[in-house]
Design a protein around this ligand. Structure first.
Ligand code: NAD
Length: 319
């Protein structure tokens, strides 16, 4: 089995690689060639979460699991709050083939998913990008979104405003004007990414104009919520995985309130395969409920392993 440590990932898997891998995975899921196993997610106390996301991609020859979680005290220790490792297995024999550092891969595959949703669902003339959140993932989200539209400016809100300068620095690096705003100014955005660990809605229906695309990426656990239920209920809903959207995603609250049924939520992969036409009008609000699926993790980890083998990198161990 090949060990590919975290430190190698940045050079092995680019944001473009992650985008290509995630698009292929979502399409394979929509064609029924790949499926995710049920997520295990446990609260460890003091806000810590730990769990397992796993799946099988028959066509891609991938079987594996990402073990990891969210440890809110880590930032104070100088390490990222998300900690994860991906394990790959031979789908024919079950033998372990690789152990891959999953932290940067998680950020890149998550940013790739929301950028993919913006590319396929936001209006073509979208020029103002809104971001709700300014933690570790937010900068990755902004960089990935910058690749799919010609943004004229970025507006952002965060509950903790002292975190916004770091996101502003990413915008400056991309050459994009950046402004910290109140939530009511999100009205100016044609696409909004939400990427917080919030337990209650911040973004309300009154903050979002017609024709906006929302990429809701922060809610990946039961009990988290970024967006008002009324906004979810009035949007055309897309997701990576319907079973996850209704149980651990942003849609969980609207489903529990009886405002949305699972059958109304469309897998983004169906847009990629052409089975769903995507946005139906310039005025429609579209919402991508990005819950994060195990197959995304396997796909980007497989790229890392392939590149590491090609370049003679990583550590081979007998197991
Ligand atoms: P982080 O800890 O670095 O940042 C947390 C963010 O949430 C900050 O912007 C913070 O200000 C905000 N926040 C915290 N408490 C809040 C509250 N009560 N109300 C509103 N905002 C609040 O986290 P991160 O690594 O940037 O991750 C952000 C979220 O994205 C987490 O919930 C994480 O689990 C989730 N995530 C999802 C996926 C996916 O695939 N969907 C992947 C990775 C991370």
């Amino acid at each position: 089995m090949l060990i590919v440590p975290e430190a190698l990932i940045a050079d092995l898997v680019s944001p473009e690689d992650a985008y290509t891998a995630v698009a292929a995975t979502f399409a394979a899921m929509a064609r029924g060639e790949a499926y995710n196993f049920p997520v295990v997610r446990e609260a460890l106390g003091e806000g810590r979460q730990y769990g397992f996301k796993s799946g099988l991609d028959r066509a891609g020859g991938m079987l594996g699991v990402k073990a990891g979680g969210y440890f809110p005290g880590n930032a104070g220790r100088g390490i990222t709050n998300h900690q994860s490792t991906v394990y790959l297995f031979d789908p024919e024999s079950g033998r372990p083939t690789a152990m891959v550092g999953g932290n940067l891969l998680t950020a890149r595959r998550t940013a790739a998913a929301s950028a993919l949703s913006i590319d396929r669902l936001a209006r073509k003339d979208a020029r103002v990008l809104g971001i709700v959140g300014a933690g570790h993932q937010a900068g990755f989200q902004l960089r990935a979104a910058a690749r799919v539209r010609d943004w004229e400016r970025v507006i952002a809100w965060n509950l903790h405003p002292e975190m916004l300068p770091k996101l502003a620095a990413v915008a400056a690096d991309l050459g994009l004007p950046f402004e910290a705003v109140g939530l009511e100014r999100m009205m100016e955005a044609e696409a909004i990414i939400t990427i917080t660990s919030s337990p209650a809605a911040s973004l309300m229906a009154a903050h979002v104009g017609p024709g906006t695309h929302l990429a809701c990426m922060g809610t990946d656990t039961r009990g988290k919520q970024e967006v008002e239920v009324a906004l979810v209920a009035k949007a055309r809903l897309y997701t990576d995985e319907v079973a996850q959207a209704v149980s651990i995603g942003e849609a969980q609250h609207a489903v529990a309130a009886g405002l949305v049924a699972a059958g109304e939520i469309v897998p983004l992969g169906a847009v990629l395969t052409g089975a769903d036409a995507g946005r139906r009008s310039e005025a429609e609000i579209t919402l991508f409920d990005g819950t994060g699926v195990g197959l995304q993790d396997l796909a980007v980890a497989a790229v890392a392993v392939q590149r590491a083998r090609e370049r003679g990198l990583g550590v081979e161990v007998a197991v």
